[in-house]
Design a protein around this ligand. Structure first.
Ligand code: WQD
Length: 336
């Protein structure tokens, strides 16, 4: 299939691009490099031997998107592009709503005009808000605690309504848990702007000597060691889920939601200790107050994805920690 990847130069998009090529598909990337680098394209070519066509554009720009659809007969769209920093979304919520909702609306309108019927959306476990219990199942109540999360949930609603009104449209909503790790080659990986907000890039930058020590946000949660528990998933496993999702979308109509996690929760200290052990490194850390908005535990019940998509995470925590460090240690300044 010819697949449009919006935000295809980003962390998850670039890994998905490689898995699509491996599966025999033709990905085409649209990216404005707001939070990614053109160098990613060279790395993808190195890994796959294939040149991927790039459109440098903003997905909110309807005319540019229209021109791209005129030039390409897409079979499916995977929509990764979006602003994704939780803290920033509280400071500039209108920017988040404008950007993250407009891009989806633009894509849906242009897809309708050109008869493109398969849409896979990057949603997030954040749409479960403060869950009553874990593991999380797709039918559980939703609700968000910040504008970033609301843009994910609102996009889910927009896409669900669009597919209910258009019997030709297929929508797959993938609720990602916590993606970490990198491609085994160490040539592509996560390259956050500035000081990382997320745990694994913070750890790898401490390991690289770019940051002094890790702050562990709270050790008084009701978890096995008091630190927050999350469902970390290897980004290559997550990328493979997108390949399954476009196949599923092409064969079914309507909307389906899938949790994309491993089903296992690990604490912050589990991650730090595994990272130190497998990479033979010391990560200095100290306990800090809880981070506002954090929850104690969040992990998936991924059984629907296994049963319906035939997808299961295959890579364990040691591999995630090894691959994260392999990427960071060989690319001290990311793609720069
Ligand atoms: C994981 C755990 C922290 C940093 C967020 C968004 C979510 C999604 C992914 C994406 C928590 C602890 C972290 C640090 C720490 N967004 N931690 N010290 O919060 O589960 O999810 O990112 O685009 O929508 O909410 O991920 O990696 O920030 O935190 O102790 O320096 O690590 O408290 O328990 P989170 P995270």
């Amino acid at each position: 299939m010819k697949v449009l990847l919006t935000g295809g130069a980003g962390y998850i998009g670039s890994h998905t691009c490689i898995e699509l090529i491996k599966a025999g598909h033709t990905p085409i990337i649209a990216d404005n490099f707001d939070n990614s680098c053109p160098e990613v394209l060279n790395r993808i070519k190195e890994i796959t031997g294939q040149e991927v066509r790039l459109y440098e554009l903003d997905v909110c720009d309807g005319e540019a998107v229209d021109r791209m659809f005129v030039e390409n007969d897409f079979d499916a769209v995977i929509h990764f592009a979006g602003l994704k920093a939780v803290g920033e979304s509280c400071a500039v919520p209108l920017r988040y709503y404008r950007n993250n909702l407009d891009s989806t609306l633009t894509l849906l309108e242009v897809m309708k005009k050109y008869g493109v019927q398969n849409f896979v959306f990057s949603s997030s476990a954040t749409v479960y808000g403060v869950p009553e219990r874990v593991p999380l199942v797709e039918g559980m109540p939703t609700g968000c605690t910040n504008p970033y999360g609301w843009t994910k949930l609102m996009n889910e609603q927009i896409l669900t309504d669009a597919s209910a009104a258009d019997s030709g449209l297929s929508v797959v909503l993938l609720r990602y848990f916590n993606p970490i790790g990198a491609h085994e080659s160490g040539r592509i990986g996560e390259d956050p702007n500035g000081i990382p907000n997320n745990l694994m890039p913070y750890i790898t930058q401490v390991a690289a000597g770019k940051l002094k020590e890790l702050g562990v946000f709270g050790n008084d949660y009701p978890t096995h060691d008091g630190t927050g528990v999350r469902d970390y998933i290897h980004v290559v496993d997550l990328a493979v889920a997108h390949v399954k999702a476009i196949d599923y979308a092409a064969a079914h109509k309507g909307t389906e939601i899938f949790n994309i996690g491993t089903g296992t929760g690990y604490s912050v200290l589990d991650i730090v200790n595994t990272f130190m052990r497998v990479n033979d490194l010391v990560i200095p850390y100290s306990i800090k107050p809880r981070r506002p908005g954090d929850i104690a535990e969040c992990y998936a019940d991924p059984s629907k994805a296994a049963e319906v998509l035939g997808w299961k995470a295959e890579r364990g925590l040691e591999e995630m920690c090894r691959d994260s460090w392999n990427w960071q240690s060989h690319n001290k300044n990311g793609y720069k």
